[in-house]
Ligand binder design. Sequence first.
Ligand SMILES: Cc1cc2nc3c(=O)[nH]c(=O)nc-3n(C[C@H](O)[C@H](O)[C@H](O)COP(=O)(O)O)c2cc1C
Length: 266
Amino acid sequence: MRLYLGVSGAITMLEPADFRRLDILVDPQINGRLEGAIARIGRREGEGHVWLHPQILRFLSGHAGEAEWEAGFAGMLAYAAKAGFTNDEGLVRAHMAWVEDRELVSTDDFKAAMRALPAGIAAITTMDGDGPAALIVSSLTSISAEPPMIGFFVNESSSMAAKLLGVQKFVANVLGHEHQGLVQTVLSQPQGKARFADGIWADGHAAMPVLQDAVAAMECDIVHNWRLGTHRLFVGLIRSAKSRTGANPLVNFGAGIRRLQLEEQA
Ligand SMILES: Cc1cc2nc3c(=O)[nH]c(=O)nc-3n(C[C@H](O)[C@H](O)[C@H](O)COP(=O)(O)O)c2cc1C
């Protein structure tokens, strides 16, 4: 099995059922975050090794509790103990291997490619002790129908990231033609009540602002978040949803906010 400390910030396991080897693959682009990643899985020894907690390996494998996998894993730990790769604390030693430097696309080329992707626009809203908060996103996406989940990505530097981590709730308000002014207000005003000067807002079930004439509005509890590069993914379990038919949505495309006009259906 191989632990992978990736440039995205994620720690994952590759080849969880290969018990003949144990090592840690490290992305060279992980830069200043390597020590933090190692602290999450164990303790560094010198330049090239890490003492790992077996429980973390079991968790990341996704197979803990499966009899066949558990037998293989126990066999690997027994082999490691015999070979002197375990210590008195029950930790197991693994070698770090560095992924060859991979060429990555430039930020400009990445942005150009993403500008070619049409994406709906939503106002994410929440409420904390400082009052209401809003953020315009084009990253809202469907995740799962059962249980019903949606997600979106927030820049870690945005004022919304810490608020969402604090209150663990949000409303995703999908926007239409009539909300162009609202988008400009949210984008241009400082975080807080000023961002709600445009639009008809009312409190939803969890006292968060819901846009009354939204194309769709979904009130959610945050059930998962994950830092990935510059952004954090927030996943919401949808507690209530309303939508209206016949609405004309706003779409982010080609570095601009466009109005998608629905054609009459034949
Ligand atoms: C069309 C459009 C889509 C956007 N999508 C996102 C997004 O998905 N995630 C994000 O973090 N910011 C997104 N932004 C940027 C934020 O709306 C904006 O920069 C934000 O106000 C900055 O953070 P602040 O709340 O701290 O002022 C988008 C902006 C526009 C105009």
